[in-house]
Design a protein around this ligand. Sequence first.
Ligand SMILES: NC(=O)c1ccc[n+]([C@@H]2O[C@H](COP(=O)([O-])OP(=O)(O)OC[C@H]3O[C@@H](n4cnc5c(N)ncnc54)[C@H](OP(=O)(O)O)[C@@H]3O)[C@@H](O)[C@H]2O)c1
Length: 332
Amino acid sequence: MSDANRQIVLDQIPQGKLGPEHFKLIEAPRPAAGEGEALVRTRYISLDAANRAWMQGATYRSALTSGQVMAGGALSEVIASRDPALKPGDLVWGDTGWQEFATAPAQRLTKLPAMEPVTHLLSVYGVAGLTAYFGLLECGKPKAGETVVVSAAAGSVGSLVGQIARIKGCRVVGIAGGEAKGRWLVDELGFDAALDYKAGNLRAQLKEHAPGGIDVYFDNVGGDIFETCLFAMNNFGRIACCGALSQYDGAPPAHGPRGVPGLIVTKRLTLRGFVMYDFDDRREQALNDLQTWVAEGRLKVQEDILEGLENTPAALIGLLAGENRGKRMVKV
Ligand SMILES: NC(=O)c1ccc[n+]([C@@H]2O[C@H](COP(=O)([O-])OP(=O)(O)OC[C@H]3O[C@@H](n4cnc5c(N)ncnc54)[C@H](OP(=O)(O)O)[C@@H]3O)[C@@H](O)[C@H]2O)c1
């Protein structure tokens, strides 16, 4: 067996759109675990829109720098451990980056239960599922009968948000790019309606499919879609600010959305930003609910699995361009 470790390095920080030229595949020696660390073999790398946002500067984590192994969450298997908390064969989640092998302090690796399919640990029982669950229920606070609108609705977080809102008895409208995604949201996932933001005139589409206005808007994208939804909010509506996808890959917008803060005042809106880890103390309850809904067939899990470490840059570039349905990951 070779002792090499293939790694994808972030070669340059992109100034405009992310492209393959910003990454480089290299081979390094396989690392060895130090005291208190584990050596892990990567099985699935999670592709997240946030991977691109981290290149823009410090967020809830420090900014990425050129020359470093590209950061990213992954599901890995412990190969060797110098900490009693982990043993070979354990499955762990951690920010171990785009590489075949990694070492990390055992306390920065989260031990995961064995399950089939194991990929659900990255989708519905991972960041995407918990983000959808907490963002919608804790920040959006939907009530049965209300109208919930979600953007990037066919993506990993959005597809779960819409289905959870349906489970809670809400009318659900998803916003996604293209007719095919919209059909999938309605026919397969049970959304009440889907709007195609690429077809233009989102305002008119919203009027038609959410005629009573929006009570909860789950915002994954920011920008023009945020602004359009803001104008359609009902009094005392809630906006869960989950991410700003429209602004991750390219130059920042020249101006902010209209209606801020005027509409927030007159409509008495609540906007709440959150990061999934804020709700760690309620993780078990969330996982229980998600497992129950999946087992009952009420929550469908869509995964988009690509193969090969060398394809990870293209997988992220494609995610930002809207290639994916549901949770995108790369099998290493
Ligand atoms: N707060 C948290 O704790 C937390 C945790 C995880 C993720 N997030 C956020 O959740 C959001 C979803 O991320 P994800 O990783 O799950 O990705 P994702 O939704 O699976 O994939 C991204 C999707 O966004 C859509 N998109 C791309 N550019 C867009 C644009 N300019 N306007 C509208 N839609 C656009 C594309 O679909 P279309 O074909 O529809 O364009 C694409 O498929 C991101 O904002 C991310 O930062 C937040």
